[in-house]
Ligand binder design. Structure first.
Ligand code: ADP
Ligand code: MG
Length: 567
């Protein structure tokens, strides 16, 4: 293998030449204590920066073996190292100057959630650290300035490596704390299963965020406190007993006046499918990992979804056991979202009245009297929620104005000035005097999950496909936008980038006109289980900043792809 002097000589020899000459640097170079891989070189200083990987051997990185022995620990370690590298890189990025992207040193910036990401990977066996970053190779205009690149690769990057990827006295405790936090989160998730809880919110948790556009904790917030009756105590390996509110399997209503903190609690639960970093305030707000937020999503496309649990006898006679539309209404979109969440294997639905189609949730008594059952295509969620519970799927529902749900719920909690009260008994008692409004003689059947996508056309195959990630809003494939804005548990644009890859890989290798959607998602999931989001390359150049999405979001993405046809 070449070493850093070879790289220096090469760079000096191409100084002042045309920018494409940088391409000759592609290759692997021994530096002091690590290997620098130049994976892909940009053709132009104004194009996306070049892709590089740093490989630090396990002995040199020096993190204890037990920090990678279990998956949750390895992910916590990777996350921590990536955060360090991001901080180091921000200090030196753009110190080298020039045109366009010259001097940029970038990695993805992790948010409050701890996700498995392709930018940092620690090998389970050897402990080798792989850190993928992007660098803008410097130029004046379009002329190579290799002096500046030499500063970047021989001064700045080595500083980042030492500061971030190698075990040091200064960060030892911080890394250990991250590992221990991941242990405690994993332990609570395990205990939750045993205790029959679908969610746990620790006493002292900070639920509200700074603003609608920031996930940082609100300062001076009212700290969470569980009511005595719902208190659960869970033993953790590093923190002793943690107490908080346990939400049991079944149906839980969250009620209370407007502005009292209902949606804030539900939002925290939505994100509780992921682990959060120290200092976030939601470290111990944990929700069943397969829980799915359900909302109305007017305008989404639906392909062959069985929504007959909720919608039947449409005026145009359309088949709702295999429902297809390019433009779903509020109620049909919400029905499809429930059916597809069940298909994706969820055990908990999270619903907020703020983002529901009212006619999907409920039909009041007067309306039932005026419009008879047979004239109304919608069987409201209220009529099905009990059956869905019997099928093993719990619901947590924010319902400040749906009193009819009292009858069917197992637990009713009230948010009162950001404090939680257990009002189950009171609510049940009040509800006794009111008849159950919705009765259904319809039998329950799990939505049919034998959907088979048709083999895609040429537009999805080959190397010339142009893709673009649209932040949290989704991505596009050859100008076809896959809108994931309302798939609210996508919390990082890296997940969208990975979903785009997953979709292309499915189109190229898996969708064959015979496999069911479930089989396809199983296959994608299995690949990522082993190789993370990197397992989705399908021969293309590695992409920056991928984050592993959940199974539920892979389904959501395939379900919203308008070019996907169901046989
Ligand atoms: P609801 O859904 O009941 O109408 P929200 O959850 O939207 O209420 O909360 C209303 C406002 O109160 C939000 O601006 C939120 O940030 C704030 N808030 C929520 N919980 C707390 C808390 N524990 N401490 C301080 N402010 C909070
Ligand atoms: Mg609300």
């Amino acid at each position: 293998m070449k070493n850093k002097n070879d790289l220096r000589n090469l760079l000096e020899s191409i100084d002042h030449r045309g920018y494409p000459n940088y391409k000759s640097t592609k290759g692997d170079y021994h530096f002091d204590g690590y290997i620098l891989h130049i994976d892909h070189v940009q053709g132009d200083p104004f194009a996306a920066p070049s892709h590089l990987t740093i490989e630090v051997p396990g002995e040199r990185a020096g993190f204890p073996e037990e920090y990678r022995s279990v998956k949750h620990r390895r992910i916590a370690l990777q996350d921590k190292l990536l955060r360090y590298f991001h901080a180091e890189a921000s200090r030196v990025s753009h110190l080298a100057k020039g045109s366009g992207k010259s001097g940029a040193i970038e990695v993805c910036k992790p948010g409050q959630e701890i996700l498995e990401r392709s930018d940092c990977r620690v090998d389970e066996e050897t402990g080798t650290v792989y850190l993928r970053f992007r660098a803008g190779f410097p130029a004046n205009g379009r002329t190579i300035n290799s002096r500046e690149l030499i500063r970047m690769l021989f001064d700045y990057v080595p500083k980042c490596v030492v500061g971030a990827l190698i075990s040091r006295k200064e960060t030892e405790r911080d890394v250990k704390a991250a590992i221990e936090l991941s242990d405690d989160q994993a332990a609570i998730r395990n205990k939750m299963q045993e205790m029959g809880l679908i969610a746990f919110v620790a006493d002292g948790a900070v639920l509200p965020r700074v603003s609608g556009v920031s996930q940082l904790p609100m300062k001076g917030a009212v700290l969470f406190r569980s009511p005595e009756t719902l208190k659960a105590e869970i033993e953790t390996p590093h923190r002793g007993t943690i107490s908080g509110m346990g939400i049991k399997r079944g149906i839980t209503l969250i009620v209370g006046g407007g502005y009292h903190g209902k949606s804030t609690l539900l939002k925290a639960l939505e994100r509780g499918v992921y682990n959060h970093i120290t200092g976030d305030g939601r470290e111990f707000v944990l929700t069943e990992a397969d829980a799915v937020k359900i909302r109305a999503e007017d305008g989404r496309s639906v392909h062959g979804t069985d929504i007959s649990l909720f919608i039947n006898n449409l005026p145009d006679g359309r088949d709702t056991s295999s429902f297809t539309t390019e433009d779903a209404s509020g109620s049909t979109s919400q029905a499809a979202n429930v059916a597809e969440a069940i298909e994706a294997g969820t055990h908990a639905l999270l619903i907020d009245e703020d983002t529901c189609a009212t006619n999907f949730m409920i039909r009041d008594e007067l309306m039932q009297r005026v419009i008879h059952g047979e004239d109304e295509p919608i069987t409201p969620f209220l009529s099905r929620i009990g059956q869905i519970r019997e099928a093993g799927i719990s619901t947590i529902l924010v319902a400040g104005s749906f009193g009819a749900y009292f009858n069917v719920s197992d637990t009713v909690i009230q948010m009162d000035r950001y404090k939680v009260l257990d009002i189950t008994e009171k609510a049940k008692k009040e509800a006794e005097d009111y008849p159950v409004m919705e009765k259904t003689e319809l039998s329950y059947h799990a939505p049919d999950n034998k959907r088979v996508p048709a083999k895609p056309g040429r537009e999805l195959l080959g190397d010339r496909i142009k893709t673009k990630t649209l932040g949290l809003d989704g991505f596009s494939v050859n100008h076809e936008t896959v809108s994931l804005r309302y798939v609210e548990q996508i919390v990082d644009s890296g997940q969208n980038a990975a979903l785009c890859k997953a979709l292309l890989m499915a189109a190229e290798r898996m969708i064959d006109g015979r496999k069911t959607l479930t089989e396809i998602v199983d296959e994608l999931e299995k690949r990522m289980e082993k190789g993370g989001a990197d397992a989705l390359y399908a021969g293309r150049t590695p992409e920056a900043g991928l984050a592993v999405p959940r199974r539920q979001e892979i389904f959501a993405c395939l379900n919203r792809f308008r070019l996907l046809k169901i046989n």
